[in-house]
Design a protein around this ligand. Structure first.
Ligand code: NAP
Length: 318
């Protein structure tokens, strides 16, 4: 029998069972085991760890690891906890996750474009007051982050008729099917994207460079009355600065799926803010079945070639 592949995670029992079952179905030729079911001797044989928020102390008990496969797309925690060990970390790049996230960006873009936050407030006050309609063709959506998720979101929004602008760390060759109003890169490009976007969607990873990337000066550089979605990571947006920008009307609304602390503490002012929609980190959930298929592809390629799949750049942080 092949050396075991270990699944390590700090998940609930049901979620762990779902991942183990999906991975075993996708890789019937492999011996996929939970960390707890392995003896100390078996742990010394493990080359591949598939992880979901692993306990670093458990990973430390696997001396022969060749690579670590995360089942999450965001890897800031595992890079922080395990990056120094030098074992390649492979993150999840799953087309189904990208599709789900793109769907979320379109759903909440419609929510903002069709003025639903204002109508919700008006209903509470029993106010009958139509607002001017702005079509997708009159609405520019600026995407921060043009990675696996940002590109899928941009394509979906473009197909729905929205004008799209893009920003990434380095200049990017975008798919030929995607027409953008502007493709910006680096620190100089950010104010340009912010100044032309009616809706800004953050799909950035959390790295050493991104905390507070959207703070008071950047929020002030946005179009007056623009809206913000943060579907990337909470600390990328400075919460107090965001609340101040919403209070002055510089920003009209924020849809937030990610926060500095999750679950969002009950004491957070965001819960009750009339211009904030709070979502419990649901915009791009990992689907165990499709994630397992992606992981299976990576494991089989490794078994065939001995090459570790493309890994996260630990210095860059994503
Ligand atoms: P990715 O493929 O690694 O793409 C990251 C993008 O961000 C790239 O375009 C990169 O620029 C850009 N970027 C990184 N640092 C930057 C900086 N300092 N300035 C400007 N741009 C920067 O990641 P992904 O798969 O699209 O995922 C993005 C993030 O979404 C994840 O890291 C995770 O935090 C978040 N996420 C959230 C959920 C949810 O449910 N809310 C679910 C999954 C993922 P380059 O193209 O130049 O490299």
């Amino acid at each position: 029998m092949r050396k075991p592949i270990v699944f390590l995670g700090t998940l609930g029992a049901d979620e762990e069972a779902a991942f183990l079952s999906a991975l075993s179905s996708a890789l019937p030729e492999e011996n996929i085991r939970s960390f707890g079911s392995l003896t100390a001797a078996q742990r010394t044989e493990v080359e591949i760890a598939i992880v979901a928020n692993p306990d670093p102390a458990e990973v430390a008990l696997l001396p022969r690891l060749a690579w670590i496969q995360s089942v999450w797309a965001g890897v800031e925690r595992i890079v922080r906890d395990l990056g120094a060990r030098g074992v390649p970390i492979v993150r999840l790049v799953d087309p189904e996750l990208a599709r789900t996230m793109a769907e979320a960006t379109l759903a909440w873009t419609y929510y903002l474009q069709r003025d639903m936050p204002a109508y919700r407030r008006q209903q509470e006050a029993r106010i009958w007051q139509p607002h001017a309609y702005h079509s997708p063709a009159e609405t520019t959506v600026g995407l921060l982050g043009m990675g696996a998720l940002g590109i899928a979101a941009a394509e979906r929004l473009h197909q729905a008729g929205f004008r799209v602008a893009a920003w990434s760390r380095s200049p990017k060759a975008l798919p030929a099917s995607l027409t953008v109003d502007g493709a910006f890169a680096g620190a100089n490009g950010l104010p340009q994207l912010l100044s032309l976007s009616d809706i800004v969607i953050c799909l950035l990873p959390l790295t050493a460079e991104t905390p507070g990337l959207l703070s008071a000066p950047q929020l002030a550089a946005m179009k007056p009355g623009a809206a913000l979605m943060n579907f990337g990571r909470g600390p990328v947006v400075a919460t107090n600065d965001l609340i101040a920008a919403l209070d002055t009307g510089q920003l009209s609304h924020a849809v937030l799926d990610v926060f500095d602390i999750e679950p969002l503490p009950v004491t957070s002012p965001l819960w009750r803010h009339p211009s904030v929609t709070v979502l419990p980190h649901i915009s791009g959930p990992t689907n165990p079945r499709t994630a397992a298929a992606v992981v299976a592809g990576n494991v089989r390629a490794y078994r065939r070639t001995g090459q570790v799949p493309e890994a996260v750049d630990i210095t860059r942080g994503y």
